[in-house]
Design a protein around this ligand. Structure first.
Ligand SMILES: [Zn+2]
Length: 271
């Protein structure tokens, strides 16, 4: 067995690396949501997935639609695996990444509005058998389970994964060196932003994520229209000077769709 394989096995025995996964119907975690969510577009390619590269994307060119994925840091207190007799409980007590599609994200927004993430522990429950495409993840607030002062302090100090580039966290597991953070930052910068020298005034990552999230909700044609309107190939190429116009444009798009009342009162978590 080689190093890579051995590492994988070791990772598995710790409960799955940086991501927390609920494998079967009824499995749950008790967790607190931390930080801001992150949105990306991916293409499923068999067992794995690749990031959609926008205009130059080879998958898009073949006419395959990307799927929106949303991830968020969660502090997982307990992993509860459903058994015939009840639940097997495993104390995790670590930060993990929970990643899901649009349905989960919409729920997340609703739940945050209703209960506010800093106050309670939440439960995420898988509803759907392994491999079922209809699987949904239900978020339940645990009203009896308020986050205590001590827990709040602890949650304020835990290190979050860089959601733009979570793989970086996996490279050197338990090695707590300080270089780690700066390295991760610089590599994610390379991924996300065009080089400083050529375009100094592009919008920042937060704004571009915000715009990406809003555009994800729109039909494909509107997205194409948008790209044409602002003469860009990638959202992150938008200029600071265009930002105001872009936001107004989005407001208008969203405003024109009064019928979809459920989506209307959605608060933007990236704002
Ligand atoms: Zn693509």
């Amino acid at each position: 067995m080689g190093w890579e394989q051995a590492k994988e096995v070791a990772e598995k025995s710790r409960g799955g690396g940086s991501y927390i996964k609920l494998e079967n119907d009824g499995d749950k975690i008790v967790c607190a949501f931390l930080g801001e969510p992150f949105a990306k577009e991916i293409h499923w390619t068999g067992d794995t997935s690749e990031l959609c590269e926008g205009e130059d994307c080879k998958h898009c060119r073949k006419g395959k639609n990307p799927s929106a994925r949303f991830s968020i840091n969660v502090y997982v207190k307990t992993l509860m695996t459903k058994t015939k007799k009840g639940y097997d409980e495993e104390e995790i007590e670590e930060v993990r990444i929970f990643e899901q599609g649009i349905y989960f994200f919409n729920d997340l927004v609703t739940v945050d509005e209703k209960y506010s993430f800093g106050k309670y522990w939440f439960e995420i429950e898988r509803q759907g058998k392994a491999k079922s495409t209809r699987t949904r993840y239900k978020i339940n607030v645990l009203p009896e389970d308020k986050i205590t002062k001590a827990e709040k302090e602890m949650l304020g100090e835990v290190e979050l994964f860089n959601l733009e580039n979570p793989r970086g966290n996996d490279d050197d597991d338990d090695d707590d060196d300080d270089d780690d953070k700066t390295e991760r930052k610089s590599s994610s910068k390379n991924d996300r932003k065009p080089s400083k020298s050529s375009k100094d005034d592009v919008i920042d990552t937060e704004d571009s994520q915000n715009i990406v999230t809003r555009l994800k909700m729109r039909p494909r044609e509107e997205l194409n229209e948008f790209m044409k309107e602002f003469n860009i190939k990638r959202i992150k190429d938008l200029k600071q000077s265009q930002l105001k116009q872009v936001l107004a444009y989005l407001d208008k798009l969203e405003g024109s769709e009064e019928k979809d009342s459920e989506d209307d009162d959605e608060v933007d978590p990236f704002a």
